[in-house]
Ligand binder design. Structure first.
Ligand code: P53
Length: 485
């Protein structure tokens, strides 16, 4: 017997509200952490270090700035007004699933309101109805780097335990309203992102913390509890619903076969990846973290029944993003490095990199799927995979993105290998379905979509949508259930 890709495999694409919607101040929406992410030619676009850190000063400056030009996530690609057209374009590709997120600060502008904004809920009614009407399943990320900025300013984000209540208020509002139409949910986008880019993930600001590292881990602990409680509540509203956890998969290799490098790889894998999935899927803190917390002098505060909450409410599936692999070494001196979004990595001589230094590694996807499945034996969902590149729109409005087709087909090929290996995979959503503002650098010119959006880094352009070559290619992949790649 051979394991095969199921007929009802969930092919699709993904976006996030904070990178797509725009309309940041329309109909009472509150500011979110993504609205203060600057794009400036003064910042080296490809050096993520410059984009990562957030200070009270930068937040204040952003709050005093009313425009959208240097804060591109404020304008996004105007999905807020064009969602019908965008969803239709995705449906035309044959998408079975459409992944998107719901802007927390649209529903609860400061996070603390007693009641949700009915107006905003109606907007998401429309989005979800449109997705369903066009024959797709909605896959909702509850929190995708877009928490209300007011919660940052008042509480230093997730460092404060009260954030759990505010998140639950938000999440339960969504389950009540959409729980019969949305089957698949993700509690937090890349919950491990906080390890490298704390602000967008947890809202913790370094200069507001007495002990930053402690606050970062405490924040993640609060997110774990929030995710577990949300999972429980979602099931009470609809037992058929599936609630997943999600991480960015930082697949890591040792620089050499030196045992010290292999051990370093093992520890990196634990700290960057498995800590998060172990807590959310095994339902308990892994023992290796005890040593780490001790070494780092981190003392987490647990409430009385926290451990019980984690134990009783584990994730139904494991979702992850996969873009690249990394290399680590016990002694890094003298080794050439490359940028890789959140985490710098040693250069892998066997791999090519994207224009942004992300090391392209299709086999790493098969390896990641296998290692995950070996460890947890629950269904996996690849919810992001794609290539950020500078596309060129030709005079006849075409984009010949053969490099993207190449990237995606090689990854899908390896995913199919993993299926044959026996790994259970629910679906595959590319990042992104349509060009949107980059999360890491707030650029528009780092494009991932099958659909080109005519907009530049400073928000200039017609916003017209054009199908790229990859559009027809992916349509055929879905139509043939990847028999043709
Ligand atoms: P941009 C870390 C590693 C890989 C992907 O990123 C990551 C992260 C955390 O930022 O983020 C995801 O736009 C994220 C998306 C994002 C996408 O990767 O910086 O979930 O919001 O757009 C690509 O090139």
């Amino acid at each position: 017997m051979e394991y095969k890709l199921p007929k009802d495999f969930l092919w699709g694409g993904a976006i996030a509200a904070c990178q797509a919607e725009g309309a940041y101040d329309e109909r009472g929406r509150g500011l979110s952490v993504s609205d203060v992410a600057i794009f400036s030619t003064a910042i080296d676009r490809k050096n993520l270090e410059a984009h990562r850190s957030m200070t009270t000063e930068k937040i204040t400056a952003a709050m005093n700035y009313n425009g959208t030009d240097i804060y591109p996530k404020r304008h996004g690609i105007d999905f807020f007004n064009r969602y019908k057209e965008d969803i239709a374009l995705c449906a035309e590709m044959g998408f079975k699933v459409f992944r998107f997120s719901i802007a927390w600060s649209r529903v609860f502008p400061t996070g603390e309101e007693a009641a949700a904004s009915e107006d905003s809920l109606e907007f998401y009614d429309n989005v979800i109805n449109e997705i369903v009407k066009q024959g797709m399943q909605p896959l909702v990320t509850i929190s995708h780097f877009e928490m209300p900025l007011a919660l940052v300013n008042k509480y230093n984000g997730w460092a404060d335990r009260r954030l759990i209540d505010y998140y639950i208020r938000f999440a339960e509002t969504l389950f009540v309203r959409y729980g019969q139409k949305v089957k698949y949910w993700i509690t937090f986008n890349e919950i491990n992102a906080g390890r490298f880019s704390t602000f967008k993930s947890t809202g913790v600001v370094e200069d507001k913390s007495e002990n930053f590292q402690q606050d970062c881990y405490q924040a993640v602990h609060h997110q774990f509890i929030a995710a577990a409680l949300a999972t429980k509540i979602c099931h009470t509203h609809n037992p058929d619903n599936q609630v997943g956890c999600m991480i960015a998969r930082f697949t890591t290799y040792p620089a050499t076969s030196h045992p010290d490098d292999v051990m370093k790889m093992h520890i990196d894998e634990q700290l960057d990846n498995y800590f998060y999935t172990d807590v959310m899927i095994k339902g308990k803190y892994p023992r290796y973290m005890t040593r780490y917390f001790q070494k780092e002098n981190i003392n987490l505060v647990f409430a009385d029944n926290d451990l019980e909450i984690l134990k009783n409410n584990t994730a139904d599936f494991l979702a992850f993003s996969y873009y690249m692999s990394m290399v680590t070494a016990a002694h890094q001196g003298g080794l050439e490095e490359t940028e890789s979004n959140l985490k710098r990595s040693i250069k892998n001589p066997f791999l090519e990199s994207s224009e942004w230094g992300w090391q392209i590694d299709p086999v790493g996807l098969r390896y990641s799927l296998n290692t995950f499945y070996d460890r947890y034996e629950i269904p996996l969902f690849i919810v992001e995979n794609g290539l950020g590149a500078e596309d060129i729109l030709t005079e006849d409005n075409k984009v010949h993105d053969t490099y993207r087709i190449d990237y995606l087909s090689r990854h899908i090929e390896q995913m199919l290998e993993a299926v044959k290996d026996g790994v259970e995979i629910l679906g595959y959503t590319t990042w992104s379905s349509i060009d949107i503002v980059s999360s890491g650098t707030s650029e528009m010119s780092k494009r991932y979509g099958f659909i080109y959006v005519d907009l530049d880094d400073f928000g200039k352009g017609s916003l017209n949508r054009y199908k790229k070559d990859s559009y027809d290619w992916y349509k055929n992949v879905i139509a043939t259930n990847a028999a043709e790649l």
